[in-house]
Design a protein around this ligand. Structure first.
Ligand code: AMP
Ligand code: ZN
Length: 462
């Protein structure tokens, strides 16, 4: 089945149309100057859901994610200081140490949330020669200019500038921004290469002088490095629509003289206390904060799944408690099916699978896909349902194949009954053995026979 995703550029759902069935997929990764909170993690969860959907529907995937470890200013419009340098001064570490420290934590959080590893994870600082080459190409093609502060993109040369973010001609001409660079030709022009001030730590030689790359150029360069001039799917947070992705589109065009990205998608934010969860507004939680409060990463994943990526999702502890309870319930129901040897009619299985797949394929509708999972789990116990839900989990990513019966401490009187039953079986007294099995069951335990009259006792799942 074809995957259809809402394209923010054309404002309609569009089917993927990859070459050789392989989807070139780019997603804007973290800026590693601070802890990533559960808002950021929603972005990476969405990145993962799209990746899983692509695979679930039978495409191959080639997926790249950048790590911003240089050149992202404290404002998205190239103003303020480089975030990495700010952190370096704050923490008395080198920018490399800052990046390694926060990326390590972010990476572990991603793994805990069962976010699959992209094929390419690429720090901006690892592609400086490629960035310089990209900027040179933009200049060669007549889309850039050099000022005493660095190299700039001339947005007036790209007629489509502003289309993604819905900027009108007036906004393009005058811009809503404060002028920081007297040498800029148009307010919306943005920096490709910044000439470093004397006290700037991160710096590289370039044809235009010692400096460092602007933020937007890293994503175009990394996309180009791994995918050349064709990207099927490019995603990121909704705030990237008006500046960062607008600039990526312009840069890609300036280098290749044609459109590079087929479909742009954007996820809405995780909200908290009436605003976007963000470090600057103060109200944030990290995954570790939640684990300390007794929640598991899968509780959070189930919470994320319950909202569509294109809608803002409100974070509350009540909602997270609901997800936690649901995950317990999910495990119980799943074990009921796992322990069953019964079957379900193939027609029913096919229908559930069909509807689940349709929801995944229709703009990654995770809430509706989840509803089909619950519908399946609520059916009479059957091993077929167990297998079906494990198949669904290739998209859901809830680690359902790890769900095992919890080993409980079995009370001594139950063990005594089991030992008596074992003796009865050795004596071939099956009437007594059956009677003792019923007695054990009446206490809420099941006994499973093993070779040589051995056994296993488990608490019954209700
Ligand atoms: P950053 O490290 O600031 O570059 O952010 C990493 C990713 O997290 C970006 O794709 C952002 O769009 C995204 N992001 C930041 N805050 C939120 C939020 N509250 N909800 C969802 N995504 C967010
Ligand atoms: Zn990016």
């Amino acid at each position: 089945m074809q995957l259809k995703i809402y394209n923010s550029l054309t404002k309609q759902k569009q089917a993927l149309n990859p070459i050789n069935n392989t989807v070139n997929y780019y997603f804007c990764g973290p800026t590693v100057y601070w802890f990533q909170h559960i808002g950021n993690m929603r972005a990476f969860f969405v990145m993962d859901s799209v990746r899983r959907a692509v695979k679930y529907l039978g495409y191959k995937i080639n997926h790249a994610m950048n790590i911003t470890d240089v050149g992202h200013m404290t404002s998205d419009q190239d103003e303020g200081e480089d975030k990495m340098e700010v952190a370096s001064k704050r923490e008395h570490k080198t920018p490399e140490e800052v990046a390694a420290f926060y990326w390590d934590i972010c990476h572990k959080d991603m793994q805990a949330l069962n976010i699959e590893e992209p094929e390419h994870i690429c720090p901006a600082t690892s592609v400086i020669p490629e960035i310089i080459e990209f900027v040179q190409k933009i200049l060669d093609n007549g889309f850039g200019y050099i000022t005493p502060n660095g190299v700039y993109f001339d947005t007036s040369k790209f007629a489509d500038y502003g289309r993604l973010g819905g900027m009108n001609q007036n906004e393009k001409k005058f811009g809503a921004r404060i002028e920081v660079d007297d040498f800029k030709r148009n307010p919306a022009d943005f920096v490709l290469w910044v000439l470093a001030k004397d006290n700037h730590i991160m710096r590289w030689d370039s044809p235009w002088g010692v400096g460092y790359p602007g933020w937007h150029i890293e994503c175009s360069t990394i996309g180009n490095k791994f995918f050349g001039d064709h990207i099927d799917l490019h995603g990121g947070g909704v705030e990237h629509k008006t500046v960062h992705h607008e600039n990526e589109i312009a840069q890609n065009y300036a280098r290749n003289l044609h459109q590079v990205v087929d479909i742009w998608f954007h996820l809405e934010h995780l909200m908290f206390n009436g605003g976007k969860m963000s470090k600057s507004t103060g109200g944030i939680y990290t995954l570790n904060n939640l684990i300390e409060k007794g929640y598991s990463p899968m509780d959070l994943r189930l919470f994320y799944l319950s909202a569509h990526y294109s809608k803002p999702q409100n974070f509350t502890f009540d909602a997270l408690d609901n997800a936690k309870e649901s995950y317990i319930n999910l495990k119980k129901l799943l074990l009921k099916h796992k322990n069953s040897a019964d079957k379900t009619e193939q027609k029913i299985i096919d229908d559930l699978k069909q509807r689940f797949t349709e929801y995944v394929a229709d703009d990654i509708n995770s809430p509706l896909a989840l509803s089909v999972m619950w519908e399946a789990l609520k059916r009479p116990a059957s091993r077929d349902i167990y297998n079906l839900v494990l198949d669904f989990d290739r998209f859901l990513g809830l680690k359902l194949s790890d769900v095992e019966e919890e080993k409980t401490d079995v009370p001594d009187d139950i063990i005594a009954l089991a030992e008596r039953r074992k003796q009865a079986r050795i004596n071939k007294d099956y009437t007594l053995s059956d009677k003792l099995r019923d007695e054990i069951a009446a206490h809420g335990y099941t006994i499973k026979d093993k070779p040589q009259n051995e056994y296993e006792i488990e608490k019954k799942v209700v």
